[in-house]
Design a protein around this ligand. Structure first.
Ligand code: C2E
Ligand code: MG
Ligand code: MG
Ligand code: MG
Length: 281
């Protein structure tokens, strides 16, 4: 679909491709100033403990309330923000907002609650990243252990030593670091020694395959890894009661997914702190 136009490059002539490209460019333009126009919003999804029968954590999930296109999810615009170098500013905003919300919930008495948020691999390129995280945590009076940063395996594969040093520094300061979508990347298990994370999140693609009494060998392997390394385990994308049963039988206690609650705005998410999701009853 790409036609060569002389030795210097390619000329796009396909109308569809052109439309796609225009959409991408307009998204990129709109993304500039979206922070200033206050178009971003954090949603929160509970992480529940079966044993404790309560919400033990909230994951902050970014939403973009686009003035014309309505709400846009992070899978659409985070890659654009990463490519254009805007992700750093956005991540800083997410950190502030997530910590501010946790502070409010702590002030309302929910002092055992943890907050998780997602970082981009690009955030680890900034030399001051660790200092910045620590100063924000401090500013909102958050005990470091109550904030968990979710990273992906892809982050551990690029510029390994510099990134590992940052993870070690964050952990040494008491912050939680979780590997998101664990098992979907190409990292080797030896990274678990170099990156002293404290939590693994089982990707929902593995949870989805759990139905009936069938045990997915990947999930049982991941639970074994978590146990062996002494890591906390969270299953994500839990949608059905059978999945809860199988995960529980494998020793996984903390879960997140539509079965318990969808991500929601802060005021709605707050209700689950007072009355836990009915699926826990
Ligand atoms: P993630 O961190 O793995 O987040 C889980 C995603 O699964 C969320 O999608 C959530 O809404 C969705 N989800 C939760 N429970 C269920 C379920 O039971 N079934 C299904 N099918 N889906 C479920 P969302 O909010 O669209 O976020 C997508 C991804 O975007 C996130 O995946 C994360 O990698 C990234 N992301 C989200 N917020 C941020 C952010 O603030 N910064 C950065 N850099 N990335 C973010
Ligand atoms: Mg996540
Ligand atoms: Mg995930
Ligand atoms: Mg995911």
């Amino acid at each position: 679909k790409v036609k060569r136009s002389g030795k210097n490059g390619f000329r796009f002539f396909d109308a569809e491709l052109n439309a796609h490209h225009r959409q991408r460019v307009s998204l990129e333009n709109d993304l500039h100033g979206a922070l200033e126009r206050e178009e971003f919003e954090l949603y929160f999804q509970p992480q529940v403990s079966l044993a404790q029968r309560r919400v033990v954590g909230m994951e902050a999930l970014l939403r973009w309330n686009h003035p014309l296109q309505g709400q846009i999810g992070p899978s659409t615009f985070v890659p654009v923000a990463e490519e254009t170098g805007m992700i750093g500013e956005i991540s800083r905003w997410v950190l502030h907002q997530a910590c501010r919300q946790l502070m409010k919930w702590r002030e309302a008495g929910h002092v055992d609650l943890r907050m998780s948020l997602n970082l981009s691999p690009h955030d680890f390129d900034h030399p001051d990243m660790v200092q910045e995280v620590l100063s924000i945590v401090d500013r909102y009076h958050i005990p470091p252990a109550h904030l968990e940063l979710e990273i992906t395996e892809s982050m551990m594969m690029q510029d390994t030593e510099a990134a590992a040093a940052k993870v070690r520094a964050l952990r040494a300061a008491g912050l939680g670091v979780a590997i998101d979508d664990f098992g979907t990347g190409y990292s080797s298990l030896s990274y678990l020694q170099q990156f002293p994370v404290n939590c693994l999140k089982i990707d929902r693609s593995f949870v989805r395959e759990l139905s009936g009494p069938m045990i997915n060998p990947i999930i049982s392997a991941i639970t074994g890894i978590a146990r062996g390394f002494g890591l906390h385990l969270i299953a994500e994308g839990v949608e059905q009661v059978e999945q809860v049963r199988v995960l529980r039988s494998l020793g996984c206690d903390t879960m997140q997914g539509y079965y318990f609650a969808h991500p929601a705005a802060a005021t709605e998410a707050e209700r689950w702190l007072i009355t836990p999701p009915c699926a826990l009853a």
